[in-house]
Design a protein around this ligand. Structure first.
Ligand code: GNR
Ligand code: NI
Length: 168
């Protein structure tokens, strides 16, 4: 199965807003399988469809040690359950090599659909809550660098643009 190419900041395609998934067919299953393989090979704990240039509301997460417990969230909706925030050093496969602290709600409830279109709910805390919010941001065209200072974001942008020129 093919490994998909991951878009990198500041690619404008990362800013597109993803559309709801309406068809739960074989093609969707193939996309999920390809995205899982891509996430594992890149050693990420999450991946949003936007990152592989598919602008559908679909994201994957695997925060397990053994990398054998993928969770698929389609058309996810989020509700904040606590005003408490938690801080994590976030990284992103679309912003390779940079890690910065971001604060987000510590506990959220997700309502989503699985690969068959069945609705489910899940309460997420700590790193899982952070990761889901990071992935939903991707579906809305947002990146963790948007939470940083303009100066930090500019530095990251210049460094990545240089890297992209070198490898072009
Ligand atoms: O692999 C990833 N690690 C990570 C660490 C802290 C907060 C969020 C993440 S998600 C990231 C993979 C990715 O870019 N998903 O969009
Ligand atoms: Ni990311």
């Amino acid at each position: 199965m093919p490994i998909l190419q991951i878009l990198e900041f500041p690619d404008p395609k990362l800013r597109k807003k993803a559309e709801p998934v309406t068809v739960f067919d074989e093609k969707l299953k193939v996309l999920i399988a390809d995205m899982l393989e891509t996430m594992y090979q890149a050693e990420g704990i999450g991946l949003a469809a936007t990152q592989v240039d598919v602008h559908k509301r679909l994201l994957l997460i695997d925060i397990s040690e053994n990398r054998d417990s993928p969770q698929v969230f389609i058309n996810p909706e989020i509700e904040v359950l606590e005003s408490e925030l938690s801080e994590y050093d976030e990284g992103c496969l679309s912003v390779p090599g940079f890690y910065e602290t971001v604060s987000r709600p510590r506990m959220v409830k997700i309502t989503a659909q699985d690969s068959k279109g069945e609705k489910f709910e899940k309460v997420a805390e700590d790193i899982l809550a952070t990761c889901i919010q990071h992935e939903i941001d991707h579906l809305d065209g947002k990146l963790f660098v948007d939470y940083l200072s303009i100066l930090k974001r500019q530095r990251i942008r210049s460094k990545l643009e240089k890297d992209h020129k070198k490898s072009a």
